[in-house]
Design a protein around this ligand. Structure first.
Ligand SMILES: NC(=O)c1ccc[n+]([C@@H]2O[C@H](COP(=O)([O-])OP(=O)(O)OC[C@H]3O[C@@H](n4cnc5c(N)ncnc54)[C@H](O)[C@@H]3O)[C@@H](O)[C@H]2O)c1
Length: 390
């Protein structure tokens, strides 16, 4: 056990792993602070039956790169409870977990939402530690904001699309966009893209796709989606198979459904000029390589769908304020950050001959390394030659 925990450590982190348990409730949990060279550890808190220390460590590492890639000053961290989120004893378990981590929260880590936890659970963390700063993701009645309802992630995906188009000398106005997936991310992206002047020519859900080369009526589709769910494409009329959205004639493809949808065959045959990753991991290293070699720019998931983490950074900053964060301020910040990062990553990709994913990781690692060097955590002479992750 001890050896396997030490085996999780490398030159980046984790700096601290706190494993806790409580006899009374049976609570078992872990907090991993991966790398806080750039700021306080921040990453969601999850609850799942099969949770492992290794899984939480991996997620904490991902947060280290995400914060740095978006150039926000937080460090990578993640926490988790091994248990069933539907346990009738959940409140007591959450309270025991918060108490056990009262040395670390909120000075070194702040709870947040991830799989298995919802707004009401964040309220319990806050109450148990008697500190408004103990958690983000709070209900509105305690000063939080419903980010999913506001569509922050999809909004950011559309902003990233415009920045990517601009960096490739494509005018988003009049560009034809196809969107795979019409959930929280796909819908908000479609609405914002139309506002930016793009023409959404195809949209799919798991139930099928709709296509109109002259542009779909997104307002109508959003209303139908609210009433009929994934079947909205059939109610809209003339639905075709779902995969159609991946192969349709368009300028920009936005996979916003799930992982591994843009495979090598799609990558080799698509005629789009840009792929903006709304979903997490919709491409693979090999499909990305094919797209890159064909001159098709891919904006990586952790750059394009980072609207949620920009919103989380706002929540972090607002924890002790009596004022509720204005949604408009969040949207402005998402737009500024995601546009700047998209441009930086595509520029670096072009300059260094790396895929945009490789360029984004390299940029993130460079930023973390620089912070570590300035804090004298590593020799001033340490080089930037670190294996690029993909
Ligand atoms: N919600 C967020 O804030 C957020 C943030 C970052 C990343 N993401 C990622 O974005 C993706 C979508 O998240 P969401 O919150 O919009 O999910 P969601 O459940 O609200 O919507 C998913 C949509 O994809 C569709 N879909 C599923 N399989 C499909 C297929 N094979 N073909 C076409 N459509 C298909 C579903 O019908 C649905 O319309 C996921 O990868 C998620 O991890 C979401």
């Amino acid at each position: 056990m001890t050896d396997s925990v030490f085996g999780l450590m490398d030159e980046w982190g984790p700096e601290k792993i706190v494993v806790v348990s409580d006899r009374k409730t049976g609570m078992r949990g872990v907090l991993v602070l991966d790398n806080t060279a750039r700021g306080t550890g921040k990453g969601g808190t999850r609850m799942s039956p099969g949770l492992t220390v290794e899984e939480v460590s991996r997620l904490a590492r991902t947060m280290t790169w995400k914060w740095a890639a978006v150039d926000l000053f937080h460090g990578g961290a993640k926490a988790g409870i091994q248990g069933d989120p539907n346990d009738p004893n959940k409140e007591a378990i959450l309270r025991a977990f918060a108490r056990a981590l009262s040395n670390e929260v909120p000075s070194e880590y702040v709870f947040g939402l991830d799989m298995g936890l919802a707004e009401d659970d964040a309220a319990i963390f806050l109450d148990e530690l008697g500190d408004r700063g103990a958690s983000t993701g709070l209900p509105r009645a305690l000063g939080g904001l419903p980010y999913d309802q506001l569509g922050v992630t999809g909004y950011g995906v559309a902003e990233a699309a415009e920045a990517a188009a601009h960096s490739r000398n494509i005018d988003l106005k009049g560009s034809r966009v196809s969107i795979q997936g019409f959930g929280a991310v796909g819908q908000a992206a479609a609405v914002r893209l139309v506002a930016l002047g793009a023409t959404v020519v195809a949209v799919s859900t798991a139930a099928g796709a709709v296509h109109d080369p002259n542009g779909l009526d997104i307002g109508k589709l959003v209303n139908l989606r609210a009433e009929t769910g994934d079947a909205c494409v059939h109610h809209y009329g003339s639905a075709v198979p779902a995969d159609y959205a991946l192969t349709v004639d368009a300028d920009i493809l936005i996979p916003a459904a799930r992982e591994d949808t843009v495979n090598d065959v799609i990558a080799a045959s698509t005629n789009v000029k840009l792929v903006i990753e709304g979903a997490n991991l919709p491409t693979s290293p090999s499909s990305r390589r094919i797209l890159h070699e064909r001159g098709i720019a891919v904006v990586p998931d952790f750059i394009a769908n980072a609207g949620g983490i920009v919103a989380a950074a706002h929540s972090m900053a607002a924890r002790y304020s009596p004022f509720v964060v204005e949604p408009e301020d969040i949207f402005t910040m998402i737009s500024t950050k995601l546009r700047a990062n998209t441009t930086a990553v595509l520029d670096e990709s072009g300059r260094a001959g790396l895929t945009p994913h490789e360029a984004a990781y390299a940029l993130a690692q460079k930023r973390v390394l620089e912070a570590m060097r300035l804090r004298r955590q590593i020799p001033k002479t340490a080089t930037d030659t670190i294996d690029v992750l993909v």
